[in-house]
Design a protein around this ligand. Structure first.
Ligand code: NAP
Length: 211
């Protein structure tokens, strides 16, 4: 596909561009201040900021280009409506790591069989918010009262353990992110499925995985 990549010089963008190119896509990087000229491209990918993403996505949709967005902290619903009006797709996922999404799915399944669970999420000290969005979403899937422990230390990247306790047994489900390349397969999957999604907004990588 011929792609625009908004935020190509960002931390995720720099890791993602080579992954997209190795998969055979042609990538046009678009940074702050560049003209948003994407007409004729097959899709736009955005990993920028919550301030920049809505304008980027609006510009792409207005030029007839469907979008795949990883930027967090903004409300995509109004632009989902614009995409639907124009017969285009807007796919937004707060977590493009296939492993993390599977960890959440497995935790939801295990919750039916264990009386108690606690989550330990561990991130680099640079991460200011705690608990992480992934830990909060996992806790919601498991059920009310699930305790989350947050660890912030140098040396960590992004890790989460979900520990289920039952009579005479423990089940631990753990996911480790060791690099931003981990978002590549999720973005490639979204691009592959984009054309077959219904027009408008689709949220979350889980919607694209085998049920
Ligand atoms: P980052 O390193 O700050 O990169 C953001 C990039 O976007 C910077 O290069 C920035 O340029 C650029 N930018 C800002 N405004 C722009 C505009 N109007 N047009 C084009 N580019 C623009 O951040 P990051 O760590 O890569 O993360 C980017 C976003 O993805 C964040 O919202 C983060 O939460 C999210 N994220 C999502 C996932 C997921 O799986 N969904 C995973 C990781 C991160 P300047 O530096 O010049 O401002």
């Amino acid at each position: 596909m011929r792609l625009a990549l908004f935020g190509a010089d960002g931390k995720v963008g720099r890791a993602l561009a080579p992954v997209l190119e190795r998969a055979g896509h042609e990538v046009r990087g678009i940074e702050i201040g560049d003209a948003v000229d994407v007409a004729g491209l097959d899709a736009a990918v955005d990993f920028t900021t919550p301030e920049a993403a809505p304008a980027n996505v609006r510009a792409a949709l207005e030029q007839g280009v469907s979008c795949v967005v990883g930027t967090t902290g903004w409300d995509p619903a109004p632009l989902g409506a614009l995409a639907a009006e124009r017969g285009l797709r807007l796919f937004v996922a707060p977590n493009f790591s296939v492993g993390a999404v599977l960890m959440m799915r497995f935790a939801r399944d295990a919750a039916a069989y264990f009386p108690r669970a606690e989550i330990v999420e561990l991130h680099n000290e640079a991460k200011k918010d705690a608990p992480s969005g992934t830990a909060k979403a996992t806790a919601e899937l498991i059920g009310e009262g699930t305790v989350v422990h947050s660890v912030r230390l140098p040396g960590l990247v992004a890790h989460q353990e979900v520990i289920f306790g039952g009579e005479g047994q423990l089940l631990t489900i753990r996911h480790d992110t060791t690099g931003r390349e981990s978002f590549g397969p999720g973005v490639l999957l979204a691009l592959e499925k984009l054309g077959s999604l219904p027009p408008g907004l689709t949220l979350g990588l889980d919607a694209l995985l085998v049920p």
